[in-house]
Ligand binder design. Structure first.
Ligand code: UD1
Ligand code: UDP
Length: 359
């Protein structure tokens, strides 16, 4: 069996690593990896793949830093060329990025079976590019690998499963979350960043378009964080797009510890050692939970609703007062309230390969 895996944004490599390591155990499965180039920086060079113990991509398409239409369109054209040459049995895509959608469109046009990992998630906010990408990808997927029961319910509520070209029904299955597999694998490899780190600190990331592309929201968030940082160190590995925008807006930031994006092994150390996570990231909300840290989410909604329900996660949007209030509440991770095992037991990758082999 030949699988063509399409990756592009940094978190996709982290997620795919666990699945690639599982594939390597099966001699009857060959994986060919395409890196679209959606993200490419010094943290994602050859060293990244070696440190992360994931295979280096077989194809690098070099398509990044463009508008959504240009990026997605060029990816479709190039992925199609690779798919025609490689003739895979499956195209495998992860999550909700433009690279995901491009891979899904190629698979559907060429009648190649499509496996979507992290299927069924919804924010119900159609202004998010990610929501559009995941809905379109789900619709043409052969197997929808859901990470949670919520994701399965979301699909059922939308009328899934649909019939495919072969007249077969789509297969919907909850296999658990590949990020849980990754968290367990990388926990032991964590590296302390070279940085002056206080005993107790908050780890923060901001990069979602709904915050960075709205001046008011971004200002509110940064004002609140800068105020919090007077009392407690706030370490903020800054996404390149957010960096560019806050420089343009000339925001007055005095107290935050702003650093360049860190490698994943350093990120794992920061998550494992912080007292609180404040973020608009999707992945980081779950990583906080995996490492037993409370999380304050700087968004109006989340795909990971089960974390809010068990009070491991507090949604505050971009409201300055709510952000400050959440900090003052001295949130702790309440193991009793927080049902463990919401994302499977770290066997998602094994479940995925088993399902593909049996299909
Ligand atoms: C994309 C995803 C978003 C995901 C994020 C992960 C879409 C629509 N959005 O958003 O869902 O949360 O990736 O980080 O696909 N860049 C790097 N290295 C990085 C990050 C970004 O070089 O680690 C650069 C890119 O090359 C680009 C810019 O930052 O020039 C913005 O990246 P882009 O892929 O357009 O969107 P993201 O905001 O990263
Ligand atoms: N991450 C990282 N270094 C950073 C910022 C994020 O390794 O400087 C990791 C983070 O821990 C998570 C993944 O990248 O595993 C999530 O990326 P991001 O928040 O950019 O995307 P999202 O999950 O929102 O799609």
């Amino acid at each position: 069996m030949k699988i063509l895996t399409i990756l592009g944004a940094r978190p996709q490599f982290i997620k795919a690593g666990s699945v690639s390591r599982e594939i390597a155990k099966h001699t009857e499965v060959v994986e060919v990896i395409v890196h679209t180039g959606q993200h490419y920086d010094s943290n994602m060079s050859d060293v990244f793949f070696e440190q992360m113990q994931i295979p280096k991509p077989d194809y690098f398409l070099g398509i990044g830093g463009k508008s959504h239409g240009a990026m997605t369109g060029q990816m479709i054209e190039k992925i199609e060329e690779v798919a025609l040459k490689e003739k895979p049995d499956w195209i495998m895509v992860y999550g909700d990025t433009n690279s995901t959608l491009a891979g899904a469109i190629v698979a559907s046009k060429l009648h190649i079976k499509l496996a979507h990992i992290e299927a069924g998630l919804r924010s119900f906010n159609m202004k998010m590019p990610e929501e559009v990408n995941r809905i379109l990808t789900d619709r043409v997927s052969t197997i929808l690998f859901c990470p949670t029961e919520t994701a399965v319910k979301n699909l059922k509520a939308e009328g899934f499963p649909f019939k495919l070209t072969t007249n077969n029904q789509q297969l919907i299955t909850n296999v658990g979350d590949v990020m849980q597999d990754g968290a367990m694998f990388y926990k032991h490899l964590a590296v302390k960043p070279k940085l002056d780190i206080k005993n107790s600190f908050i780890l923060c990331t901001i990069h979602r378009a709904e915050n960075t592309d709205d001046e008011n929201r971004l200002k509110n968030i940064f004002e609140a964080l800068d105020e919090i940082a007077k009392e407690k160190q706030v370490i903020l590995p800054l996404h390149p797009r957010t960096k560019k925008i806050i420089e343009n807006l000339k925001l007055d930031i005095q107290n935050l510890t702003i650093i360049d994006p860190v490698g994943y092994l350093e990120m794992v150390w920061l998550i494992d050692n912080c007292s609180l996570v404040m973020t608009d990231s999707g992945g980081l909300q779950k990583e906080a939970y995996f490492f037993g840290k409370p999380c304050v989410t700087l968004r109006d909604e989340t795909e990971w609703v089960e974390l809010v329900e068990c009070e491991a996660n507090t949604l505050v949007g971009a409201d300055k007062e709510k952000i400050l209030e959440a900090f003052k509440n001295n949130l702790t991770f309440n193991i009793e309230n927080s049902k463990l095992g919401l994302y499977g037991g770290g066997e998602a990758s094994e479940n995925i390969i088993k399902t593909l082999l049996e299909y």
